[in-house]
Design a protein around this ligand. Structure first.
Ligand code: ATP
Ligand code: CA
Ligand code: CA
Length: 449
């Protein structure tokens, strides 16, 4: 919710939330360091710890310039165990979470949640409702069981659950893995549920620089689906099937498959365009400089020219979801796109290739971690996927809504329906989104360069 230019959540300034969470996490990770590692016990899942953060500091907390707040950490030992399973060292977690300011993502969901992204792109912190927070607490033992049996999964990786308490308001937060690397431009993003009812991106969403489309949009943009190599296809379907089984066993529904598509051919084309534009801009700058200083009424520095280029590049693409040079978050970070991710098994490819011995797919200009694919016109795609928003349990809150909505609409098309039906429809729909293709190479053909 934006108020007078300031982003707020429950009327608390986002800045205050971000800064306070960082102080809270810093404290909890720090104090955990003194507790030796040990096996997980059942009551670790229920434990919680609340720390007061007075602005003047205390014997255990530093002074700060935010308002007085309290920070609750749910199941600190259990989440430490999870982070360890995911291969995240405490220092790395601390660095990612606390060393640089968090970035706020423009709110994509309808529920009003706010998303924060760590500066290194590894973690997302999402505000969740009280019910979702309670559900995740209850889910932890089962989540743990599933993880130990099957670390390669498309399900969200949860790294922490917190509650920031300020001015008699509670902001509950869950830390999880970021599925969409912001330094890789997503030419299109889809939030797929397998439902068709109302599953089209709103007009407002479509006008965003990097909209998240839905099922009906996908069916329109990719009538024939997206083609995967046979082994990838099988691995993906197997993973989805297994994940759905787990979700169903917890009566979870309303989850989505988040699909980010990086189009290699479009990216190459954009790069060429950009090069031409920048050459042209350079030339024009020289020209106007030659005409004398009278034209120097604005900064003659590069950023302006870059802006123009961006607009020009943005406007040439005509396929829906392929425009928007501001894709990703439009950040020009100097991170390498082939950088290793901190979190183990966190890339889309790693998530599905559990029992496979995948040869390392190193290719100079192909971003790592995504799954290679093609669409019907043979364009080369890199896919980033994961299952998100899994904290809605039918058992907890959906009963009423179901009976109510199924009277209003035909039961089978409403996205709120029984978990087993939801899971089945979800899987069937994914078998339409992804198709098995004969083996192909995604290497650049030399003529194109
Ligand atoms: P609603 O309940 O209205 O569907 P929500 O607030 O619960 O929304 P989500 O469904 O979890 O939010 O996510 C909304 C959007 O945020 C997704 O469509 C996606 O664009 C982005 N998003 C969510 N989780 C992640 C993630 N782990 N990595 C990258 N992007 C994410
Ligand atoms: Ca959702
Ligand atoms: Ca939700």
């Amino acid at each position: 919710v934006a108020e007078g230019g300031e982003v707020t959540y429950k009327k608390i300034q986002s800045k205050q939330i971000m800064g306070s969470i960082q102080l809270g996490i810093q404290h909890t990770v720090g104090s955990l360091a003194s507790k030796p590692k040990r096996d997980l016990l059942m009551n670790d899942f229920w434990e919680m710890e609340t720390i007061a953060f007075p602005p003047d500091g205390s014997s255990i907390t530093p002074a700060h310039h935010y308002n007085d707040f309290r920070f609750k950490v749910y199941a600190p030992i259990a989440f430490r165990y999870f982070r360890d399973l995911f291969g995240i060292a405490p220092d790395d977690f601390l660095m990612s979470m606390c060393a640089s300011p968090l970035r706020e993502l423009s709110n994509p969901g309808a529920s009003g949640s706010i998303f924060y992204l760590t500066d290194d792109d590894e973690f997302i912190i999402k505000t969740v409702q009280k019910k979702e927070c309670q559900f995740l607490q209850k889910l932890l033992p089962g989540y743990y069981m599933n993880l130990s049996q099957n670390p390669r999964t498309l399900l969200p990786k949860f790294f922490g659950l917190y509650c920031f308490h300020y001015n008699s308001k509670n902001v509950r937060l869950v830390a999880m893995n970021n599925l969409l690397p912001s330094d890789i431009k997503m030419h299109a993003k889809y939030d797929l549920k397998g439902s068709t009812f109302g599953r089209r991106a709103s007009k407002a969403e479509r006008q965003k620089a990097s909209p998240t489309y839905k099922d009906l949009d996908f069916a329109e943009h990719y009538k024939d689906g997206i083609f995967l190599e046979p082994d990838k296809y099988d691995a993906l379907m197997r993973t989805i099937q297994r994940d759905c089984m787990v979700l169903e066993s917890f009566q979870i529904m309303d989850y989505s498959l988040l699909l980010g598509i990086h189009n290699l051919d479009l990216a190459a084309k954009e790069k060429r365009e950009e090069r031409i534009l920048s050459a042209r801009a350079k030339f024009q700058r020289k020209e106007s400089a030659a005409q004398g200083p009278s034209s120097l009424n604005h900064d003659d520095d590069a950023p302006e020219a870059d802006q123009n280029q961006l607009h020009a590049v943005a406007s040439y693409a005509s396929i829906p979801g392929t425009s928007g040079a501001a894709g990703g978050t439009g950040l020009s970070r100097s991170r390498s796109i082939n950088r290793q991710r901190l979190v183990a098994h966190s890339t889309a490819l790693e998530s599905i290739t559990a029992d496979m011995d995948v040869p390392l797919e190193e290719d100079e200009d192909v971003p790592a971690g995504g799954i290679r694919a093609r669409c019907l016109n043979n364009q080369r795609l890199i896919l980033y996927i994961g299952i998100i928003d899994i904290l809605q349990s039918y058992r907890l809150e959906k009963k009423l809504e179901h009976t109510f909505k199924s009277i209003l609409y035909k039961g089978d098309t409403v996205s709120v329906c029984r978990p087993s039906f939801y899971a089945k429809r979800f899987q069937e729909s994914m078998a339409n989104v992804f198709k098995k293709a004969p083996t192909f190479s995604l290497k650049h053909s030399p003529s194109k360069r």
